[in-house]
Design a protein around this ligand. Structure first.
Ligand code: GUN
Length: 280
């Protein structure tokens, strides 16, 4: 039987509606949640992401300011801006859009963001807290994956979860989140000996590797939940995930589409983290 669709667009709209209500409650208490987004340079994809983040904030009533800096901005200038935003009481969350130009040390910049404003959840201290199960911000994309599972009524407890990809932004944190929810977790990567055999074990399969349609239907266990984090541009217009949707949907119980799966969840979770930062 073909898989049920895990509709990220619909679920993200539900999350945004919940956030909007929470923003109203906060405002009634005199707290006006604020997000600062910093974009350095003119990367076209980043420009689109930043515009969408700003729009999403406006829609739910979060104050948002976008700092667009030229590509030639020095690291010192960027660090100075972050220091200013760290001290700005209007701003509860700071997001520096990645990637940064080559002359800027990404790690130094992320480290400079105050822990309580790190709504992206990328700082080493936040990641450390995530690993030990302490209070932290869940990075937005993996958090979105977990909310998709939750909304589909899928409890990871006792299930075999396989994460394909070991990035700091998705693979590693989502593995930790699944572990915290009592799944048995395997992380696969480019050196994994038999990726297909590992994937076939998965009750929950998270693909976050950035390789178009790497995961095919024959690699999927009957009835598995398949979450596809990949967004790969093929040719001029077509976007595909890391999963070959048509074949995978014949085997999976649930599957996310690309686009319209994990993508819309990322911004929704950013809004949620910003509101949480303001609430704290
Ligand atoms: N670039 C691509 N995805 C992200 C993200 O989630 N956060 C930031 N800051 N930059 C990104």
């Amino acid at each position: 039987m073909p898989a049920q669709i895990l509709d990220g667009k619909k679920i993200a709209a539900e999350v945004r509606a919940e956030v909007k209500e929470e923003v109203s409650r906060l405002k009634a208490e005199g707290i006006n949640p604020g997000l600062a987004v910093v974009l350095v340079g003119e990367d076209p994809a980043s420009q689109v992401y930043v515009r969408n983040k700003h729009r999403a904030c406006e829609e739910v009533g979060i104050y948002s300011e976008v700092h667009r800096l030229p590509a030639a901005t020095s690291q010192a200038e960027l660090l100075k801006l972050i220091d200013k935003l760290n001290k700005d009481p209007k701003i509860h969350g700071i997001l520096v859009q990645l990637p940064l130009p080559d002359h800027i040390d990404e790690k130094k910049v992320i480290d400079a963001i105050a822990l309580e404003k790190d709504v992206d959840g990328f700082s080493p201290a936040n990641v450390g807290n995530l690993v030990i199960g302490d209070k932290c911000f869940y990075p937005c994309t993996p958090h979105g994956c977990m909310v998709l599972l939750e909304k589909a009524g899928i409890d990871p407890k006792g299930k075999k979860a396989v994460v394909v990809g070991r990035s700091n932004i998705v693979g590693k944190p989502v593995a930790m989140m699944l572990l915290a929810r009592h799944a048995t977790v395997t992380i696969c990567h480019s050196r994994t000996r038999d990726l297909a055999a590992e994937c076939r074990q998965a009750d929950i399969l998270i693909a976050a590797v950035g390789k178009p349609e790497l995961i095919t239907g024959d690699m999927i266990k009957e009835g598995a939940v398949v979450i596809d984090v990949g967004i790969n541009r093929v040719g001029e217009k077509k976007l595909v995930g890391d999963v070959h949707f048509e074949s995978a949907a014949q085997k999976a119980g649930w599957i996310t589409p690309v686009p319209g799966g994990v993508g819309p969840m990322t911004i929704a979770m950013l809004l949620k983290n910003t509101v949480e930062a303001a609430r704290r």
